[in-house]
Write a protein that binds this ligand. Structure first.
Ligand code: SF4
Ligand code: SF4
Length: 208
């Protein structure tokens, strides 16, 4: 597997997904949402976590962790943000995994790097694009640092749940994850990374 960093050029340009929305259909609960995604969704919709949970997102249980994910509509099996024209209705605020596709993330001692999910995007004649441009986020270095911190937190939480083998401990961890990082509304006019750092400090203080 070839690993790339954010400044590398890779052949993933898919001509603006012209006429294709397959990444937005039939995805089950695989489009997990991190706290940064929730911040963007709140910017896009003005809705709180609880309001989004009524229709657009749902909870996914994986490896002992309960985390929100984009919800596919029951009638069409499409993401609730997909427009009738087959375009993303919140494109500028779309979740990180939607920005990423057809790339995957790899975390190791060298930090966050990317790999191409071969055959994931069916578009032919793909063009070369710089990964950070593909992601389309402001301040990509801060974004990547946040992703690494969030990845480490989830891994630590998963490991501790596995070690403790206690349903009550697992419940406490999952309640705290939602209560600290998702339920309280973000100040969408403010700096997400500063707010995330404050919530990380609260997590460290409350999870011993
Ligand atoms: S499969 Fe490729 S072209 Fe189709 S929506 Fe996904 S990234 Fe875009
Ligand atoms: S948020 Fe946008 S890009 Fe992501 S699955 Fe939904 S419609 Fe597609």
């Amino acid at each position: 597997m070839i690993l790339y960093d954010g400044n590398d050029m890779v052949k993933i340009g898919c001509h603006d997904c012209e006429g294709c929305s397959s990444c937005c259909r039939g995805m089950g609960q695989s489009i997990l949402l991190d706290p940064g995604d929730l911040f963007w969704l709140q910017q896009a919709t003005g809705q709180s976590f609880a309001q989004l949970m009524q229709e657009k997102i749902e909870l996914n249980v994986e490896d002992g962790l309960i985390l929100p994910a984009v919800k596919m509509r029951e009638d069409t099996d499409c993401c609730g943000f997909l427009t009738a024209e087959g375009r993303c209705g919140i494109h500028a605020f779309r979740p990180g995994l939607c920005r990423l596709f057809p790339l995957g993330r790899n975390y190791d001692e060298n930090g966050l790097r990317y790999f191409v999910l071969e055959d994931a995007c069916t578009v032919r004649n793909r063009t070369k694009v710089k990964i950070r441009k593909w992601l389309g986020v402001a301040e990509p270095a801060r974004y990547e640092a946040f992703l690494t911190t969030w990845h480490d937190l989830r891994r630590e939480a998963r490991d501790r749940i596995a070690e403790q083998r206690s349903d009550e401990f697992a419940r406490q961890i999952n309640v705290k994850l939602l209560e600290i990082f998702y339920r309280p509304v973000y100040d969408t006019a403010g700096d997400f990374y500063e707010q995330f750092a404050e919530r990380m400090a609260r997590w460290r203080a409350e999870i011993k």
